[in-house]
Design a protein around this ligand. Sequence first.
Ligand code: PLP
Length: 377
Amino acid sequence: MNAVAHPTHLAQAARAGAMLTVDLDAVAANYRLLVARAAGAVVAGVMKADAYGLGMDRVAPALVRAGCRVFFTAHLDEGVRLRGIVPADCTIHVLHGPPPGTAADFVAHRLIPVLNDPGQMREWSALCTRLGRRLAAAVQVDSGMSRMGLSPADLASLGDPRDWLAPFEPVLLMSHLACADVPDHPINARQRERFDAIRATFPAIRASLANSSAVFLGADFRYDLVRPGAALYGINPQPGQSNPLRQAVSLDARIVQVRTIAAGDAVGYGARYVADGPRRIATIGVGYADGWLRALSGRGYAYVDGVRVPIAGTVSMDSITLDVTGIPDARLAPGMTVELLGPNQHVDAVAAGAGTIGYEVLTRLGGRFERIHVGEG
Ligand SMILES: *Cc1c(COP(=O)(O)O)cnc(C)c1O
């Protein structure tokens, strides 16, 4: 990303260990790119986990300005929060559906539940009957991931969908792919065939199968509505290929202290790094409690004006030690910042170093950062 003016924010953030900058223009540009790739399908925005850690209160309005009118959250509470953020004409789906006893909350907050099992179905139908209204709901079917949605056995036991859908207003039939990020995985076609077979038994309602990666799998995976999350925030939906999306976050950590160590000196918990000669070590105020995964001990990097500096030793709870040998002292004064995410280091690269995925890195970014949102969206 480019539009991040670090020095202007230094004073504002002087108390926090690091600054997390969210580029709302990048999120909006990513949304527009997905709209172009979706070629006519509605593009919803997935807001679960506080917009993948970026801050739903700022990200959702930026998406609305970019034209987004359909949203998904995971939990009821997230949906309630989002209802207070986006305009009344936006629809909000809650992927986990109503927890037992909460169906009325969906009506009160104008949320659309995704009904995932016969129990949720019965609860929603009962509420509709009680209120004498056919309330909107989405129905999720399991096409092969065995995580959420009506199973083949559920569908068989429920009988003809025209009967059990009758009490409410089904607005979306959806399912979710297990391997959309692996384009030639055979399960993709199997899940699509299974989804089509189920659709054929349903009355004509809008259909949705695609997450971010599946938007790029081809027209026959996109149906009427696509549900990207990760791609909005810059994660590469096609690992191994060039990323058409803009990274939406940068993370700049403040230097707390710098020291010189001699050959034989150890650094960090477990003394797992031992200097083989004189070294300069900078300690920054970000650690695993901030989501900088301990798995990056001895293998991750930071950047100082584009120069890569390795993590030396173990990632601590609140700090990380970097080998900054060769960086001019004038650039290492306490309070100056080093880049953990930004133009030189993509979230997917950090994830690869930690043996995880960009989703986990983003959603773990902690609550102790100074959060700055730039751009209008
Ligand atoms: C999280 C989620 C999405 C969004 O997935 P991305 O890979 O982040 O685009 C879409 N649909 C469902 C059901 C999800 O759980």
